[in-house]
Ligand binder design. Structure first.
Ligand code: FEO
Length: 164
């Protein structure tokens, strides 16, 4: 049986992962409006990944005999100054999520909840990748400084991101 305190933290994280999906879907809409379909595609794939993250917590709570509670999801931001501004936000958001995951892991350690610690190690690894993905694009966008053809080339590149 999962400890109540870990269960509550994971329920909170289901909401946080779904908020992440919402935020990236909002960024996808922003990029669609800006006629950057590759960026929009990248964000849509990211939103799908976040839903999968939420479901990992959902399944884990359920598998361990816990109770799932779905909490309200807030409205995400919808406007950014530029592609760089949006990806900067995505990078900052991922750093925030890393902090959340680390906090749940610390709770699982305090509670001596060993299965949760093992499950959370997947998320700890995943966050390294999540931060890197966003920060690599931030760096590319800084170099481009959003001038004409270069941003279209990056748009083409991001449009190739495979799902899952
Ligand atoms: Fe679910 Fe982007 O971390």
């Amino acid at each position: 049986m999962i400890s109540l305190i870990v269960q509550n933290a994971m329920n909170e994280q289901i909401k946080n992962e779904l908020f992440s999906a919402y935020l990236y879907l909002s960024m996808a809409a922003f990029f669609e409006e800006k006629n950057l379909p590759g960026f929009a595609h990248w964000m849509r794939v990211q939103a799908q990944e976040e839903q999968e993250h939420a479901l990992k917590f959902f399944d884990f709570i359920h598998d361990r005999g816990g109770k799932i509670t779905l909490l309200p999801i807030e409205q995400p931001k919808a406007e950014w100054k530029s592609a760089l501004d949006a990806f900067n936000d995505a990078y900052e958001h991922e750093q925030l999520v890393t902090g959340m995951i680390n906090k749940i892991y610390e709770t699982a350690l305090e509670q001596k909840d060993y299965p949760s610690q093992i499950m959370l190690q997947w998320f700890i690894d995943e966050q390294v990748e999540e931060e890197k993905n966003a920060s690599d694009i931030v760096e590319q966008l800084k170099r481009i400084e959003e001038r004409g053809t270069a941003i279209l080339m990056l748009d083409h590149e991001l449009g190739k991101r495979s799902e899952g």
